[in-house]
Ligand binder design. Structure first.
Ligand code: DGL
Length: 268
């Protein structure tokens, strides 16, 4: 019987980045079924126009609504930043998104109120993080930096490569110069660069990982609404992608830290 409680959580991203959120969900909510959607044929979104990102986000939301998910998680900062209203308008279940999740932690944790935010060009240009953090703390000073080269470097698996280190030093230089004590990793690809970014930013700077923030918020919502899966057996994980799955499988397993067994190629 498909009751609301054993329906899957729908999680989506432009590609594989959102798997950092799935990994965190699997750890925090080990009995929840999950359907992941990665638009691998059209990634990256972060350098596309607002209109295009909204169109893609609408198609993915409609797809996941047909799959009867009980909760929708936008595991992509870029879509959260520029297409959230479109997604909410098309969804008949609660929608959680990563920007709000990270903004709350950054506003709470920063002592100096100097907060750095790194993300894709679309996320940074939207100013969504600065707005969300300032709504929680009017005195916060936000220093933002787009990092367009990080997504391809992570996808290449160059997580601690000298080239990545050099590029990261360039990107972080102006932000670190502002004496930030908190750095928001405003893209779901970036948690994979965490050790390298921590090293460059220095140990005194707290890195905020949207994947971890999201898992806590999802667990709270599921408890509040009493929609946790009552079946205490191994959950179903299904991964839907829009391009041939081999690459997704190889790189995705690195993001997830475990084997991916069910992948479906879908057409929107
Ligand atoms: N995962 C996306 C994000 O969190 C970045 C990848 C892309 O540019 O599509 O913003």
């Amino acid at each position: 019987m498909n009751t609301i409680t054993n329906r899957p959580i729908g999680v989506f991203d432009s590609g594989i980045g959102g798997l950092t959120v799935v990994r965190s969900l699997m750890e925090h909510l080990p009995f929840e079924n999950i359907i992941y959607f990665g638009d691998t044929a059209r990634v990256p979104y972060g350098i596309k126009s607002v209109e295009t990102i909204n169109l893609y986000a609408a198609q993915i939301t409609e797809f996941l609504m047909k799959k009867e998910v009980k909760l929708l998680i936008v595991a992509c900062n870029t879509m959260s930043a520029v297409a959230l209203q479109t997604i909410k308008d098309l969804s008949n279940v609660p929608v959680l998104e990563v920007i709000d999740a990270s903004a709350k932690i950054a506003a709470k944790d920063s002592r100096t109120k100097s907060i750095g935010v790194i993300g894709t060009p679309a996320t940074i240009n939207s100013n969504a993080y600065a707005r969300a953090i300032r709504l929680l703390d009017k005195e916060a000073k936000i220093f933002s930096q787009p990092c367009p080269l990080f997504v391809p470097l992570v996808e290449e698996g160059w997580l601690d490569h000298p080239a990545t280190r050099l590029i990261a030093q360039e990107y972080l230089k102006p932000v670190i110069a502002e004496k930030i004590d908190t750095l928001v990793l405003g893209c779901t690809h970036y948690p994979l660069l965490k050790p390298l970014l921590q090293d460059i930013a220095g140990q005194t700077v707290k890195l905020i990982d949207s994947a971890e923030a999201m898992a806590d918020i999802a667990a709270n919502l599921i408890a509040q609404q009493k929609i946790y899966n009552q079946n205490r057996r191994s959950p179903d994980y299904l991964f839907c992608v829009t391009d041939v799955p081999y690459r997704f499988q190889t790189i995705g397993e690195r993001f997830l830290g475990r084997t991916i067994s069910r992948i479906e190629l879908v057409k929107l």
